[in-house]
Write a protein that binds this ligand. Structure first.
Ligand code: SHN
Ligand code: NAI
Length: 215
């Protein structure tokens, strides 16, 4: 399995099954996509901005929902393996990706797994365990969140520095070494707590660089 990033902006995601798992997936995808959840009952959970449709479709009904919503991804999250298989088949017929919430085995082409995700824009970290231990994925995600608090700010800081370095006579190798030094510097990570200008100054100190005034 090789993780790839998929932009769901403007796409529809169809979630079949409104239990706690359907709710978690709906919330996750609703951050970016239009999400429709079809289910006879809904858990008392946060479904994000998803549209909830109260219905208990059979295999044909699920196929109709896939045709109606034309989703980029179908999430099969019912407690019935037969229905989840029907959702998978309907997604395939339509050329949509499918996520089986009840399957940790070898995945067919077109099946995707949802990793645990740390998001600190513009940084994304994804963790998976090959389906062996989702609880471990969650634990590692929480640990990464704590360990790399400020990663988004670090990305923005070093992104701005790279642009600034390119306007100087630094060679590509010097720029690479400088950026590598900054992202590995505990002092810069700590300084990010005190805001971007402070971190920028500490970064300059760490690499012995005379900053231009572009803050
Ligand atoms: C294959 C996969 C398919 C997919 O859903 O894409 C899948 C499948 C299954 N999960 C099960 C159980 C649990 N899943 C979680 C949690 C998460 N599960 C997620 C992903 C995945 N789960 C994919 C593999 C990812 C990987 O490779 O690690 C996360 C990371 C992402 C997300 O769902 O958003 C999210 C954490 C989000 C976060 O917080 O960061 C917890 C923890 C908890 O609830 O506290 C438990 C209970 C503890 C345990 O069992 O570990 C079961 C057994 C059901 C049963 O026993 O009946 C199956 C089915 C099976 O294994 O066959
Ligand atoms: N991927 C993951 O992270 C996890 C996956 N699972 C798996 O995912 C499945 C779902 O987990 P939960 O949400 O905890 O189960 P659940 O049993 O609480 O929810 C199942 C949902 O499916 C709905 N449903 C039943 N018939 C339906 C139909 N015809 N059409 C649409 N929806 C229908 C039910 O009303 C219910 O809302 C479990 O069976 C398990 O195999 C379980 C835990 C975590």
């Amino acid at each position: 399995m090789i993780p790839l990033l998929h932009d769901f902006t403007g796409e529809t995601v169809l979630v079949v099954g409104g239990g706690p798992v359907g709710a978690r997936k709906a919330r996750r995808f609703a951050a970016e996509a239009d999400v429709v959840v079809v289910s006879p009952e809904f858990a008392d959970r946060d479904f994000g901005a998803a549209e909830l449709v109260r219905e208990a479709p059979d295999a044909d009904g699920i196929r109709e929902w896939v045709e109606r919503t034309d989703p980029a991804l179908v999430v099969a999250a019912t407690d019935d393996a037969g229905l989840n298989a029907a959702a998978e088949a309907a997604a395939r017929e339509r050329g949509a990706l499918v996520n089986r919430a009840d399957d940790h085995g070898e995945q067919a082409v077109g099946n995707v797994v949802v990793p645990a995700t740390v998001r600190d824009d513009p940084v994304l970290m994804a963790v998976a365990t090959g389906g062996h231990s989702p609880a471990l994925s969650k634990y590692l995600r929480e640990s990464l969140e704590a360990q790399f608090d400020g990663a988004g700010a670090m990305a923005e800081l070093t992104g701005a520095l790279r642009e600034e370095f390119k306007r100087t006579d630094m060679s590509a190798a010097e720029r690479r070494d400088a950026v590598r030094t900054v992202v590995r510097s505990d002092r810069v990570w700590k300084a990010l707590d005190s805001g971007r200008p402070k971190a920028r100054q500490v970064a300059a100190d760490v690499i012995g660089y005379q900053m231009g005034d572009t803050s």
